[in-house]
Ligand binder design. Structure first.
Ligand SMILES: C[S@@+](CC[C@H](N)C(=O)[O-])C[C@H]1O[C@@H](n2cnc3c(N)ncnc32)[C@H](O)[C@@H]1O
Length: 254
């Protein structure tokens, strides 16, 4: 991975890109009017700091933060359409939610809007480029109406397999996983630029055990509708649509 700026950068942009480079030990490559194609020949993953945002380019396209998917779901919720994710998680105002697979942070944003200022959303992301793009975006980008909840999400770079054991027992109401599907939903175009950057290891029963220790009410997993949840010791919570489904491990209350 390398980092550069947009073409014709000003001093502030170069300083910002330089700071990200130093903090995360990513080589800084001055843009010098080079095309993205030429930069992608130098490295398969190119972070670009522009006046608008931090984005990440790969052969799969440009990854940048946008709350579009969450915005559609929140709009439908206001119209009275149920959100299967929220229903399955059973989140209410004031709850704490641990998202072990942050990705584009759409589920985290929907969760944060539900739990409100008095609730907590902690999201973990193992991929450094995805983490950097989302951390910047949550802070600075997207429509103003989502800035409050977006900034309220605590996004942490790391592997849930090493971070979960560090958390106190029963410290989150709901612990959630939405791993990359082995057989991707082809229409899920919002995930296309994410895929080349994402970690893809399948969940194991040991992961569910790590989560169960931290969960007060339940562990929830999103998977393909044909997934055998019993492999992970989970109970299917019904299909959310023809393509995806949720599995649950209930922990007493909730
Ligand atoms: C399908 S995406 C999640 C999408 C997310 N639910 C959303 O609403 O945008 C899965 C994400 O989990 C991340 N991931 C995979 N394994 C991980 C791990 N062990 N620890 C933390 N993040 C992981 C991937 O890099 C990817 O960004």
């Amino acid at each position: 991975m390398i980092i550069t700026t947009a073409r014709k950068p000003n001093r502030a942009l170069e300083e910002w890109a330089g700071e990200i480079a130093r903090t995360h030990s990513i080589p800084f490559v001055p843009r010098a009017n080079r095309s993205l194609e030429s930069l992608l020949e130098e490295d398969q993953v190119v972070l670009v700091a522009s006046r608008e945002r931090l984005s990440c380019h790969t052969a799969g396209g440009e990854l940048f933060y946008h709350p579009n998917m969450a915005a559609v779901r929140l709009h439908l919720l206001r119209q009275g359409v149920e959100d299967k994710f929220l229903n399955t998680c059973g989140l209410v105002a004031g709850d704490s939610f641990l998202d072990c697979t942050a990705g584009l942070c759409a589920d985290s944003l929907v969760a944060k809007c539900r739990v409100g200022e008095g609730g907590r959303v902690l999201a973990l992301e193992k991929s450094l480029p995805i983490f950097l793009v989302m951390a910047q975006g949550l802070k600075k980008n997207g429509p103003v109406r989502f800035r409050g909840p977006a900034r309220g999400i605590e996004l942490v770079h790391g592997d849930f397999r090493s971070l979960l054991p560090e958390l106190p027992p029963a410290s989150f109401d709901v612990v959630y996983f939405d791993p990359m599907f082995e057989a991707p939903v082809l229409q899920a175009s919002s995930l296309l630029p994410l895929r080349p950057l994402a970690h893809e290891e399948p969940l194991t029963p040991a992961d569910i055990a790590l989560a169960a220790r931290v969960a007060r009410k339940k562990v929830v997993v999103k998977e393909r509708s044909f997934f055998d949840f019993s492999r992970l010791g989970l109970t299917p919570a019904g299909k959310s649509n023809r393509k995806t489904a949720y599995g649950v491990l209930a922990k007493g209350e909730g």
